[in-house]
Each structure stands twice: as structure tokens, then as C-alpha cells.
Design a protein around this ligand. Structure first.
Ligand code: WT7
Length: 583
């Protein structure tokens, strides 16, 4: 088990140590796991190519650390609690021993299908324990899992299957596990062998496959889980994310199970059968640590306090949020109504590419401030830079957030296209990993995440690239061109606003809008459906042909008082018309 910080003083000491001697620090953490062969050197890196390797030469299998090593002490302990969508269906419980057996059995089934080390396996499943089993079974035999969120459309799945060259999918579970043995030797993996690919949206093109590896990801997710939430032995941990996102990978499956915790998997949604569902589940399963997204908090807050009033949740000890900035009102509501002012809130900032939590309070230890992700974890060295890439030092400053030193679960590559990885994260600023987020550092050195500075929108904590939505919309036969931006939305954080140019007069607006929404749902998935669609006579473009998105953002925000300098536009006359037609 990795070490656990016990006081704010200890945090400061550990942080200083992690900066002065990162290799020594991470080697100590890594040494707490089971390795088949020890590593020869801790870290080799450059951010130029990039080429980043942790625990070089080390051999292991992450599932031996998730499963085998817990069997002696925890074989009868519940590893996974499953809460089905229907509250009247009996919840499921799987012990560590049973999980071990099920993972092995499915691993053998995969082998029988011809799956080998290094093969890519696409997993497209709802939120059931079988999903966790399938993920771990891939890791057991050294296959690379690529989980696709079950809310994505068939076309999105097809894109991801093609990009990763996946070989297996669509079999019936019960048929392929029938008669398979319940033990399976774990494949020996190199620290740097890929563990999984997870697709995420960027500012351009199709989603890219972020690659994480066995060694570093294991060390980092366990360390962060244990420290951020101050996990105590036997506690019940519930992260409401979908396993199809990185939050589910790192804090439903790997982090908690590596730490020997009991992890709850919920199949349903926060509002079914009523907006008290989350609180019922917490009560029923005596959840100690609860981790959710601001969008869910805002939606439940909007549903009214009566859903919380009669539900006592004495088991709760720590609350967490992730995925998007939390607004003050939601923070206080969460703190008062859910945590009864006695549970610390950890506002955790991180990304698919970072693998694990990066900037966050440590529960009950770091003094919190509403809406601040506060301070970096040990091993994380954030810097703020200006548009020229110059580091902004001191406090009370704002800039773009970069990280200047590798941590064990940093993205290694984008699958099949290393250059894209370099371009996206390591080329903007020299010798730094660029996050794409704007951030403010206050007088105490606390970090407050402002939001994306690129063309990525964050809808209910889901990351969506504007280019992807535009590509989908442009498939409509009457649409010539489109531009998509985000706008502030009370519940979702950001909504999607689409400006479209059409070939001919649209008479039935409702039907037209429905067609556009259907196309987006089919091409990407329902989460990417625009909230607003405005037909415009033209898109404001610069002389070099670039759409001036700033203008669209302002109009979508409803703030047209000062659109800034539009003199460089090729077609300034369209701006007035767009303003008038705003929806
Ligand atoms: C983007 C990453 C890994 C978490 C799930 C989302 C935004 C994430 C916070 C936070 C403000 C946040 C950032 C980031 N974000 N956490 N606590 N406060 N913003 O992962 O889909 O890779 O999105 O989510 O903008 O860049 P993701």
C-alpha cells in the first residue's frame, strides 16, 4: 500500500520531497506493489518527442495487484457492490475471491477467442459488474482494452474500433464463459506496455486514443485514491461516473480495487425513480466516500431540498467532485445539504490524459475554498504560462495551465499517431505538457480552474470537440457549413450552440431542428445534441478564412454589447444579422 498523508504539514513535506527527488519518491510508492521483476531505472523522459517511461525494465501485471495480492486478507470482502437501475431489483455483491474467479474465467474465454497480448479489445457495455470483469480480464492476458461509453452511437463505436484495429467484440457473455476455468495465469507485462486506450475529444478532428500503461498508471491511481479521499480500510466508495470515461477507469475500477476498497457500481441515473435516488443508494449501502460531477449536483439541487430532507446519511465521510468547474451555489448546497457541513469536499482537477487526480484538496487535510481545486498533489508540478509560453510566477495571477515534470500516469501517446500526441500536448509550449485549461492562482497559491482555452466544450462533465459536432451537423443535406460554440448553462455547465448556413429556405423549423439533432445523435451520441440551433446568413470569417469564434461565443452568451474588433473580418455585415437572429 502506498503511503498516506496525515496532516497538512506532512503534505507540505511530502510535496517538497516529491519535487526535490521525484524518482526517489515514486520508487518508494512503487515498491509497495507486487512486481514480477523489479525495475532497473525509475524514469527516463523528454517532452520533446515526447518519450516518457516510468519504472523501466519492471515486469508486472496490474491485475495481480488488483486481485491476487488481496486474496489472503480480503477474499470474503466485497470488492464490487452493484446497484441496478431498478430500485426493486436486488443489488449484487461480488467478493474479491469471486471477482478473481470471474476475471480469470473471462480471461480464459478471451484466450479461447484467440485474443493475445497486445491485441485491442473494444468493450461497449452498460454499467454492470461484467463491464469491470471484462476490463480486468483484458489486462490479465495483456490485451489492451478500449472501453466505449455506452451512450455513444454505433458510428462512434465503429470509428473507435477502426482506429484501434480492435479484433474482438459482440459475443454473448454466458456462451463464451461456459466451461472456462476460474484461474488464469497473469501475463507478464512490461511497465510501459499499454494497458488501455481511451478516446477523448480534442479541438480538431476525430477523438484521439489516449494510451496509458501498466506500471505508472497502477502506482498513480492507487496513490491518489488513497490520499485524496483519505481512504480507510473497509470503507465503501462510490464514484457515479460511467466506466466509459477515465473517471470510471481510475476511480471505479483500478484505484479503489488496487487499494482493496469496496467500489460501488450504479447502473442508473440520478433522477430515477426520483431525484432522491443517489441519497437512497448512499443510505442503503452505507457509502462513506461519494464522488460525483457538478452537473449532477446542480440537477439535484434544482429538484428541491425535499428529496434530501428525510434521508439521513450518517455513513458519509468525504464528498468529491470532478469533471468541470463547480459553481459556488452548488458547492455550498453539497456541503450543507449532503455533507451536513461535516464532510470535506474534494474538488478534483484532472484529465483523461493525466490518468489520475492532479490538483485537489486532500480530504480533511487541505483547507478548502469553494470552487478551488486548491493545491497540486505530490509529484505534480503545475506552471502557469502566458500566450508566449513564458512562465508566470508569483501569486494572484491567471494563465494557461501546464505541467513541467512527468508524473507516473501521464499520457504516453495517442494510439497509432504519436505526432498527434506531440502536437496536441507538447508542442504548444516548450518542455511542458499543456492541459488546454485556463487557471487562476490566488494569493494563497491556490488553483482555480476557469475552463478550456481551446475549442473543447464541457457539457455535463463530458468533453466534446466543436469540430466533431460540426462534422456531424454538416452531414445534413441542407446545411452548407456550421460553427459550434459553448454557452453557459445552469445545469449542464455548458450547452451547445450551433450556427448553421442552409442551402434553401427552411419553412418547418421544428422538423429541421429535429433532423439536425437526430444526425448528431446518430453520428456521435445523444450527449452531443445542440441545445440551440440558429440559421445564419454567413459565418464571420477573417481574411485568412478562419471563423471568428469569439463573436459566436459572445452572441451565444447573450452578451452583444462589446464584440471587440471586427474590422479584420471579411464579411463584417453578417455580424449584425447574427445578433438579431440569436435564439
Ligand atoms: C477537462 C478534462 C478526469 C476528469 C473527468 C473529465 C475539466 C476536470 C475539473 C475540475 C474544473 C475540471 C477541465 C479538463 N475538469 N475536472 N475539478 N474543475 N474543470 O475528464 O473528459 O478528460 O476532461 O475537464 O477542463 O481539461 P476529461
Amino acid at each position: 500500500m502506498t503511503s498516506q498523508i496525515n496532516s497538512f504539514e506532512e503534505y507540505k513535506t511530502e510535496y517538497a520531497r516529491s519535487v526535490a527527488d521525484p524518482e526517489g519518491f515514486w520508487a518508494e510508492q512503487a515498491a509497495t506493489f507486487q512486481w514480477k521483476k523489479p525495475w532497473k531505472s525509475v524514469l527516463k523522459w523528454n517532452f520533446k518527442e515526447p518519450d516518457i517511461k516510468w519504472f523501466l525494465g519492471g515486469k508486472l501485471n496490474i491485475t495481480e495487484n488488483v486481485l491476487d495480492r488481496h486474496l489472503a486478507a480480503r477474499s470474503k470482502q466485497t470488492a464490487i457492490i452493484w446497484e441496478p437501475n431498478d430500485p426493486n431489483t436486488k443489488p449484487g455483491k461480488i467478493t474479491y475471491k469471486q471477482l478473481y474467479q470471474q476475471v480469470c474465467q473471462f480471461a480464459n474465454a478471451l484466450k479461447a477467442q484467440g485474443v493475445k497480448k497486445g491485441d485491442r479489445v473494444c468493450i461497449y457495455m452498460p454499467m454492470t459488474p461484467e463491464l469491470a470483469v471484462a476490463v480486468l480480464a483484458c489486462a490479465r492476458i495483456g490485451a489492451i482494452h478500449s472501453v466505449v461509453f455506452a451512450g455513444f452511437s454505433a458510428n462512434s463505436v465503429a470509428d473507435r474500433i477502426k482506429d484501434a484495429g480492435c479484433t474482438v467484440g459482440d459475443y454473448w457473455w454466458h456462451e463464451i464463459i461456459a466451461g472456462k476455468r476460474k484461474s488464469c495465469k497473469a501475463q507478464q507485462m512490461d511497465s510501459e506496455d499499454p494497458l488501455f486506450i481511451l478516446y477523448t475529444s480534442g479541438s480538431t478532428g476525430k477523438p484521439k486514443g489516449v494510451v496509458h500503461t501498466h506500471g505508472g498508471y497502477m502506482v498513480y491511481t492507487e496513490y491518489t485514491f488513497r490520499n485524496v479521499f483519505q481512504y480507510q480500510d473497509k470503507e465503501i466508495f462510490w464514484c457515479t461516473a460511467d466506466i466509459g470515461w477515465i473517471t470510471g477507469h481510475s476511480y471505479i475500477i483500478y484505484g479503489p480495487l488496487l487499494a482493496g476498497a469496496t467500489s460501488l457500481i450504479f447502473e442508473g441515473v440520478p433522477t430515477y425513480p426520483d431525484p432522491g435516488r443517489f441519497w437512497d443508494v448512499i443510505k442503503r449501502h452505507k457509502v462513506n466516500i461519494f464522488y460525483t460531477a457538478p452537473t449532477a449536483i446542480r440537477a439535484l439541487m434544482a429538484a428541491g431540498d425535499e428529496w434530501v430532507k428525510n434521508r439521513r446519511m450518517p455513513s458519509l465521510r468525504v464528498l468529491g467532485t470532478v469533471g468541470e468547474p463547480i459553481n459556488e451555489e452548488a458547492w455550498y448546497w453539497y456541503h450543507e445539504k449532503i455533507g451536513k457541513k461535516r464532510c470535506p469536499i474534494v474538488d478534483t482537477w484532472w484529465q483523461t490524459e493525466t490518468g489520475g487526480i492532479m490538483i485537489t484538496p486532500i480530504a480533511g487535510i487541505t483547507p478548502t475554498k469553494p470552487c478551488f481545486a486548491t493545491l497540486p498533489l505530490p509529484g505534480v508540478q503545475p506552471v502557469l504560462v502566458d500566450a508566449n509560453g513564458t512562465e508566470i510566477i508569483g501569486n494572484d495571477v491567471e494563465g494557461m495551465l501546464c505541467i513541467k515534470y512527468p508524473w507516473p500516469s501521464i499520457i504516453r501517446t495517442t494510439y497509432g499517431d504519436h505526432e498527434r500526441c506531440r502536437q496536441n500536448y507538447f508542442a504548444t509550449f516548450k518542455n511542458m505538457y499543456f492541459t488546454g485549461d485556463g487557471v487562476r492562482r490566488d494569493h494563497d497559491g491556490y488553483y482555480r480552474i476557469i475552463g478550456r482555452v481551446d475549442d473543447v466544450i464541457n457539457v455535463s462533465g463530458h468533453r466534446i470537440g466543436t469540430a466533431e459536432v460540426e462534422d456531424a451537423i454538416n452531414k445534413h443535406e441542407d446545411i452548407v457549413e456550421s460553427a459550434v460554440v459553448g454557452f453557459p448553462h445552469d445545469i449542464k455547465g455548458q450547452g451547445i450552440y450551433a450556427y448553421v448556413i442552409v442551402t434553401e429556405q427552411i419553412t418547418d423549423h421544428a422538423a429541421f431542428k429535429k433532423q439536425v439533432l437526430d444526425i448528431v445523435a446518430k453520428e456521435i451520441g445523444p450527449i452531443a445534441k445542440p441545445d440551440k440551433i440558429q440559421i445564419v446568413p454567413g459565418l464571420p470569417k477573417t481574411r485568412s478564412g478562419k471563423i471568428m469564434r469569439r463573436i459566436f461565443r459572445k452572441i451565444a452568451e447573450g452578451d452583444t454589447s462589446n464584440l471587440g474588433d471586427i474590422s479584420t473580418l471579411l464579411n463584417p455585415e453578417v455580424v449584425e444579422e447574427i445578433k438579431m437572429g440569436a435564439v
